[in-house]
Design a protein around this ligand. Structure first.
Ligand code: SF4
Ligand code: SF4
Length: 257
């Protein structure tokens, strides 16, 4: 029976091989990237319509004279948010939640308005000018429907990308975090327990989220839920308008002969 699924990506195990990127492109028939040197081993650059996985290379200077540069690698992807702003804003209901609790863009319903692209706080959705539609990771919906693991998780040689039932993944993440803390990695943390209602693709990071170009935990909430004064103001305005309408309606009724 279908159940909520998730990715737990342990960035401490990522070696930056990009097997996940290649497997995703191969399974989903995505176009390759132009061959150009971008000043980094990260020649993918970003998530977009042609890149549904992106191994982010975070370069940081160290105090060691032998190794002045250190890399942190993180295989990024659509977070399949519990509170998904892309799904909320889509005017044609092209974006749906599947039986696996993932977020899926129906290509035959998308009208290419790009509202979802502006709404996604993680910048994962791209516009495909050939199809005229918005595109992103499908969580390999076709593979899930056939009891197969997503292509990226299947290809990962270090099991940095783990896939399974969401509850099981959260438990695995908590155990791994406790191990790293016991080893003295006090900066290790889970990103995705609370952000946007909980992410179905969540991460073990060794630094603050901003280092990986992720929004901080405090800011990772939908604006309407965050803006309590604005929300209350809208409710009061709506109630006042409704009462005024009722009074006007009754007065019109009383004025009739
Ligand atoms: S990461 Fe962006 S595209 Fe993915 S579910 Fe969340 S809001 Fe939607
Ligand atoms: S789940 Fe499938 S579509 Fe999504 S990044 Fe992995 S391979 Fe690509």
């Amino acid at each position: 029976m279908a159940q909520p699924v998730g990715f737990f990506t342990d960035t401490t195990l990522c070696i930056g091989c990009k097997a996940c990127e290649v497997a995703c492109k191969e399974w989903n028939g995505l176009p390759d990237n132009p061959l150009e040197f971008r000043g980094s081993y990260d020649n993918t650059g970003q998530l977009d319509h042609a890149n549904w996985r992106h191994v982010r290379f975070v370069e940081q200077t160290t105090k060691s004279p032998d190794k002045p540069i250190a890399w942190s690698m993180m295989s990024d992807v659509c977070k399949h948010c519990a509170n998904a702003s892309c799904l909320e804003v889509c005017p044609t209901n092209a974006i749906v939640r599947t039986e696996f609790d993932t977020v899926f863009i129906q290509q035959d319903v998308c009208n290419g308005c790009r509202d979802c692209i502006s709404a996604c706080p993680y910048g994962v959705i791209g516009f495909n000018s050939n199809t005229g539609t918005a595109q992103k990771c499908t969580f390999c919906y076709d593979r899930l429907q056939n009891n197969l693991k997503p292509a990226c998780a299947t290809a990962c040689p270090t099991q940095s990308i783990k896939f399974g039932p969401l509850d099981e993944m959260r438990q695995t993440a908590a155990t791994r975090l406790a191990t790293l803390h016991a080893q003295g990695m006090s900066e290790a943390r889970i990103y995705g327990d609370k952000e946007y209602g909980g992410l179905h693709a969540f991460f073990l990071l060794t630094d603050k989220p901003e280092t990986y170009s992720l929004p901080s935990t405090e800011s990772a909430v939908l604006p309407s839920r965050n803006n309590i004064p604005g929300y209350l103001g809208a409710v009061v305005t709506a109630v006042v308008a409704a009462v005024a309408g009722l009074i006007a309606f009754r007065r019109r009724g009383e004025a009739k002969p």
